[in-house]
Design a protein around this ligand. Structure first.
Ligand SMILES: [Fe+2]
Length: 276
Protein backbone atom coordinates (compact mmCIF):
# COMPACT_ATOMS: atom_id res chain seq x y z
CA UNK A 1 0.00 0.00 0.00
CA UNK A 2 1.25 3.46 -0.87
CA UNK A 3 -0.11 6.85 0.09
CA UNK A 4 0.63 10.13 -1.69
CA UNK A 5 -0.31 13.35 0.08
CA UNK A 6 -2.46 15.55 -2.16
CA UNK A 7 -2.08 18.93 -0.40
CA UNK A 8 -0.13 20.50 2.43
CA UNK A 9 -3.00 20.32 4.92
CA UNK A 10 -4.72 16.97 4.32
CA UNK A 11 -5.69 14.21 1.89
CA UNK A 12 -3.95 10.95 1.01
CA UNK A 13 -4.33 9.13 -2.34
CA UNK A 14 -3.99 5.44 -1.58
CA UNK A 15 -2.78 2.93 -4.18
CA UNK A 16 -2.01 -0.77 -3.95
CA UNK A 17 -5.17 -1.72 -2.00
CA UNK A 18 -8.18 -3.61 -3.34
CA UNK A 19 -11.20 -2.49 -1.30
CA UNK A 20 -13.46 -5.04 -3.02
CA UNK A 21 -11.59 -7.86 -1.26
CA UNK A 22 -11.72 -8.58 2.49
CA UNK A 23 -9.06 -6.48 4.28
CA UNK A 24 -6.39 -8.24 6.31
CA UNK A 25 -5.85 -6.99 9.87
CA UNK A 26 -2.53 -5.49 8.76
CA UNK A 27 -4.05 -3.56 5.83
CA UNK A 28 -6.97 -2.40 7.98
CA UNK A 29 -4.49 -1.13 10.58
CA UNK A 30 -2.52 0.70 7.87
CA UNK A 31 -5.71 2.33 6.54
CA UNK A 32 -6.77 3.46 10.04
CA UNK A 33 -3.32 4.93 10.57
CA UNK A 34 -3.43 6.65 7.16
CA UNK A 35 -6.87 8.12 7.97
CA UNK A 36 -5.54 9.60 11.22
CA UNK A 37 -2.52 11.05 9.44
CA UNK A 38 -4.19 12.37 6.26
CA UNK A 39 -7.76 12.96 7.57
CA UNK A 40 -9.36 12.05 4.23
CA UNK A 41 -8.34 9.13 2.01
CA UNK A 42 -8.94 8.81 -1.72
CA UNK A 43 -8.94 5.66 -3.87
CA UNK A 44 -9.37 5.03 -7.63
CA UNK A 45 -10.92 2.11 -9.53
CA UNK A 46 -12.74 0.45 -6.64
CA UNK A 47 -15.89 -1.04 -8.20
CA UNK A 48 -17.52 -1.82 -4.86
CA UNK A 49 -20.71 -3.87 -4.84
CA UNK A 50 -23.19 -2.91 -2.11
CA UNK A 51 -22.04 -5.97 -0.11
CA UNK A 52 -18.40 -4.93 -0.43
CA UNK A 53 -19.22 -1.32 0.48
CA UNK A 54 -20.99 -2.56 3.64
CA UNK A 55 -18.09 -4.89 4.53
CA UNK A 56 -15.61 -2.03 4.17
CA UNK A 57 -17.66 0.36 6.32
CA UNK A 58 -18.32 -2.25 8.99
CA UNK A 59 -14.56 -2.78 9.38
CA UNK A 60 -14.38 0.80 10.71
CA UNK A 61 -17.55 1.01 12.78
CA UNK A 62 -21.31 0.71 12.90
CA UNK A 63 -23.05 1.76 9.64
CA UNK A 64 -25.75 4.32 10.26
CA UNK A 65 -29.28 3.84 8.97
CA UNK A 66 -31.03 6.78 7.28
CA UNK A 67 -34.56 5.57 6.64
CA UNK A 68 -35.55 9.04 5.50
CA UNK A 69 -33.27 8.99 2.42
CA UNK A 70 -33.40 6.82 -0.71
CA UNK A 71 -31.18 3.80 -0.26
CA UNK A 72 -29.75 0.98 -2.37
CA UNK A 73 -32.26 -1.88 -2.77
CA UNK A 74 -31.87 -4.22 0.19
CA UNK A 75 -29.21 -2.02 1.85
CA UNK A 76 -30.84 0.61 4.07
CA UNK A 77 -27.43 1.88 5.25
CA UNK A 78 -26.32 2.76 1.69
CA UNK A 79 -27.66 6.25 0.97
CA UNK A 80 -28.07 7.20 -2.69
CA UNK A 81 -27.13 10.79 -3.52
CA UNK A 82 -28.34 11.57 -7.03
CA UNK A 83 -28.47 15.13 -8.31
CA UNK A 84 -29.28 16.82 -11.58
CA UNK A 85 -30.73 20.16 -12.65
CA UNK A 86 -34.26 19.20 -11.56
CA UNK A 87 -33.05 17.83 -8.23
CA UNK A 88 -30.02 19.91 -7.28
CA UNK A 89 -28.02 19.29 -4.13
CA UNK A 90 -29.46 21.34 -1.26
CA UNK A 91 -26.08 21.41 0.46
CA UNK A 92 -24.09 24.39 -0.76
CA UNK A 93 -22.07 25.34 2.30
CA UNK A 94 -19.10 23.87 4.13
CA UNK A 95 -19.97 21.53 6.97
CA UNK A 96 -18.95 18.68 9.22
CA UNK A 97 -21.66 16.03 8.98
CA UNK A 98 -24.41 15.95 11.60
CA UNK A 99 -22.81 18.12 14.28
CA UNK A 100 -26.40 18.74 15.42
CA UNK A 101 -26.11 15.38 17.17
CA UNK A 102 -24.49 14.87 20.56
CA UNK A 103 -22.36 12.11 18.97
CA UNK A 104 -21.70 13.01 15.31
CA UNK A 105 -20.49 10.19 13.02
CA UNK A 106 -16.89 8.99 12.76
CA UNK A 107 -16.84 9.42 9.00
CA UNK A 108 -18.33 8.55 5.64
CA UNK A 109 -17.27 6.34 2.74
CA UNK A 110 -18.52 7.90 -0.51
CA UNK A 111 -18.43 5.90 -3.76
CA UNK A 112 -18.65 7.66 -7.15
CA UNK A 113 -21.09 5.77 -9.38
CA UNK A 114 -21.92 8.16 -12.21
CA UNK A 115 -19.65 11.15 -12.59
CA UNK A 116 -20.15 14.24 -14.79
CA UNK A 117 -17.60 14.90 -17.54
CA UNK A 118 -16.52 17.99 -15.68
CA UNK A 119 -17.28 19.55 -12.32
CA UNK A 120 -18.76 17.95 -9.23
CA UNK A 121 -15.52 17.95 -7.24
CA UNK A 122 -15.60 17.74 -3.45
CA UNK A 123 -13.60 20.17 -1.30
CA UNK A 124 -12.22 19.12 2.10
CA UNK A 125 -10.72 21.25 4.87
CA UNK A 126 -8.64 20.24 7.88
CA UNK A 127 -9.99 21.44 11.23
CA UNK A 128 -6.55 20.91 12.78
CA UNK A 129 -4.65 22.87 10.11
CA UNK A 130 -7.10 25.73 10.71
CA UNK A 131 -6.54 25.55 14.48
CA UNK A 132 -2.76 25.33 14.23
CA UNK A 133 -2.50 28.43 12.04
CA UNK A 134 -4.24 30.65 14.61
CA UNK A 135 -2.26 32.96 16.87
CA UNK A 136 -1.82 31.83 20.47
CA UNK A 137 -4.01 34.75 21.60
CA UNK A 138 -6.89 33.55 19.38
CA UNK A 139 -6.36 29.93 20.51
CA UNK A 140 -6.60 31.09 24.13
CA UNK A 141 -9.78 33.06 23.39
CA UNK A 142 -11.46 30.01 21.81
CA UNK A 143 -10.27 27.52 24.40
CA UNK A 144 -13.22 27.54 26.76
CA UNK A 145 -15.96 28.59 24.37
CA UNK A 146 -18.94 26.36 23.63
CA UNK A 147 -21.13 26.55 20.51
CA UNK A 148 -24.75 25.61 19.90
CA UNK A 149 -25.29 23.27 16.93
CA UNK A 150 -28.86 22.98 15.72
CA UNK A 151 -30.65 20.73 13.21
CA UNK A 152 -33.39 23.33 12.74
CA UNK A 153 -30.75 25.98 11.94
CA UNK A 154 -29.11 23.74 9.32
CA UNK A 155 -32.40 22.70 7.74
CA UNK A 156 -34.12 26.11 7.98
CA UNK A 157 -34.65 26.30 4.20
CA UNK A 158 -36.20 22.81 4.06
CA UNK A 159 -38.37 23.68 7.07
CA UNK A 160 -39.59 26.83 5.30
CA UNK A 161 -40.67 24.92 2.16
CA UNK A 162 -44.37 24.07 1.77
CA UNK A 163 -44.96 20.97 3.90
CA UNK A 164 -41.37 20.98 5.11
CA UNK A 165 -42.18 21.51 8.76
CA UNK A 166 -44.59 18.55 8.70
CA UNK A 167 -42.12 16.30 6.83
CA UNK A 168 -39.29 17.09 9.25
CA UNK A 169 -41.38 17.35 12.43
CA UNK A 170 -40.03 14.15 13.96
CA UNK A 171 -36.43 15.06 13.06
CA UNK A 172 -36.88 18.42 14.83
CA UNK A 173 -38.26 16.66 17.93
CA UNK A 174 -35.49 14.04 17.89
CA UNK A 175 -32.71 16.60 17.43
CA UNK A 176 -32.90 19.45 19.92
CA UNK A 177 -29.94 21.88 19.88
CA UNK A 178 -26.69 20.47 21.32
CA UNK A 179 -23.51 22.03 22.69
CA UNK A 180 -19.98 21.22 21.50
CA UNK A 181 -16.66 22.82 22.46
CA UNK A 182 -15.40 25.33 19.87
CA UNK A 183 -12.01 23.60 20.04
CA UNK A 184 -12.09 19.81 20.18
CA UNK A 185 -9.49 17.09 20.59
CA UNK A 186 -9.54 14.15 18.18
CA UNK A 187 -10.21 11.02 20.29
CA UNK A 188 -7.48 8.96 18.61
CA UNK A 189 -4.82 11.27 17.15
CA UNK A 190 -5.08 13.92 19.87
CA UNK A 191 -5.08 16.61 17.16
CA UNK A 192 -6.94 19.77 18.11
CA UNK A 193 -9.41 21.31 15.71
CA UNK A 194 -11.86 24.18 15.34
CA UNK A 195 -15.29 22.60 15.62
CA UNK A 196 -17.77 25.04 14.13
CA UNK A 197 -19.39 25.04 10.68
CA UNK A 198 -21.71 27.43 8.83
CA UNK A 199 -24.40 24.78 8.24
CA UNK A 200 -25.20 23.75 11.82
CA UNK A 201 -23.45 26.13 14.23
CA UNK A 202 -26.09 28.65 15.28
CA UNK A 203 -24.15 30.68 17.85
CA UNK A 204 -21.46 30.75 20.49
CA UNK A 205 -22.87 30.44 23.96
CA UNK A 206 -22.57 33.41 26.27
CA UNK A 207 -21.60 35.96 23.63
CA UNK A 208 -23.84 38.75 22.42
CA UNK A 209 -25.29 38.01 18.97
CA UNK A 210 -23.06 40.56 17.23
CA UNK A 211 -19.98 39.12 18.98
CA UNK A 212 -20.96 35.56 18.14
CA UNK A 213 -21.71 36.39 14.50
CA UNK A 214 -18.41 38.25 14.08
CA UNK A 215 -16.32 35.49 15.67
CA UNK A 216 -18.09 32.69 13.77
CA UNK A 217 -17.79 34.55 10.46
CA UNK A 218 -14.07 35.01 11.06
CA UNK A 219 -13.65 31.30 11.88
CA UNK A 220 -15.73 30.12 8.91
CA UNK A 221 -13.57 32.19 6.54
CA UNK A 222 -10.32 31.20 8.24
CA UNK A 223 -11.13 27.48 8.20
CA UNK A 224 -11.49 27.34 4.41
CA UNK A 225 -8.37 29.29 3.44
CA UNK A 226 -6.80 27.39 0.52
CA UNK A 227 -3.87 26.43 2.77
CA UNK A 228 -6.27 24.38 4.93
CA UNK A 229 -7.99 22.52 2.08
CA UNK A 230 -7.69 19.95 -0.69
CA UNK A 231 -9.90 19.21 -3.68
CA UNK A 232 -10.87 15.81 -5.05
CA UNK A 233 -11.88 15.30 -8.69
CA UNK A 234 -14.09 12.25 -9.03
CA UNK A 235 -13.90 9.40 -11.52
CA UNK A 236 -16.30 6.47 -11.75
CA UNK A 237 -15.47 4.08 -8.89
CA UNK A 238 -13.42 6.61 -6.95
CA UNK A 239 -13.82 6.48 -3.16
CA UNK A 240 -13.45 9.27 -0.62
CA UNK A 241 -13.32 8.29 3.06
CA UNK A 242 -13.22 11.26 5.41
CA UNK A 243 -12.69 11.44 9.14
CA UNK A 244 -15.70 13.55 10.16
CA UNK A 245 -14.07 14.31 13.52
CA UNK A 246 -11.34 16.51 12.05
CA UNK A 247 -12.56 17.71 8.62
CA UNK A 248 -15.31 19.60 6.92
CA UNK A 249 -16.36 19.30 3.28
CA UNK A 250 -18.31 21.04 0.56
CA UNK A 251 -19.72 19.71 -2.72
CA UNK A 252 -19.10 21.88 -5.78
CA UNK A 253 -22.45 21.97 -7.58
CA UNK A 254 -21.16 23.10 -10.97
CA UNK A 255 -22.02 20.25 -13.35
CA UNK A 256 -25.47 21.11 -14.76
CA UNK A 257 -26.99 19.93 -17.03
CA UNK A 258 -25.10 16.73 -16.28
CA UNK A 259 -25.98 14.53 -13.33
CA UNK A 260 -23.98 12.86 -10.59
CA UNK A 261 -24.76 9.73 -8.61
CA UNK A 262 -22.93 8.67 -5.47
CA UNK A 263 -23.52 6.03 -2.81
CA UNK A 264 -22.53 6.70 0.78
CA UNK A 265 -22.25 4.81 4.03
CA UNK A 266 -21.84 6.83 7.21
CA UNK A 267 -20.12 5.13 10.13
CA UNK A 268 -21.11 5.93 13.70
CA UNK A 269 -18.70 6.17 16.61
CA UNK A 270 -20.81 6.79 19.72
CA UNK A 271 -18.40 9.42 21.08
CA UNK A 272 -19.08 13.00 22.06
CA UNK A 273 -16.52 15.52 20.78
CA UNK A 274 -14.38 16.48 23.76
CA UNK A 275 -12.38 19.52 24.64
CA UNK A 276 -9.36 17.61 26.00
FE1 LIG B 1 -21.87 16.18 4.17
Amino acid sequence: MECKRVSGALGGLITGVDLTAPLSAAVLGDLKQALLEHQVLFFRNQALSPEQHMALATAFGEPQYHEAYPHAAGFPAITILENDRDNPSKIEVWHTDMTFRACPPLGSILHGQSIPERGGDTLFASLSAAYESLSQIMKDLLENLVAIHDFSFGFKESLAEPGGRDRLAQMVIDNPPVEHPVVITHPESGARGIYVNPLFTARIKGLQKTESDALLNFLFAHMILPEHTCRFTWEKDSIAFWDNRITQHKPVNDYWPQSRKMQRITVDQGLRPSQR
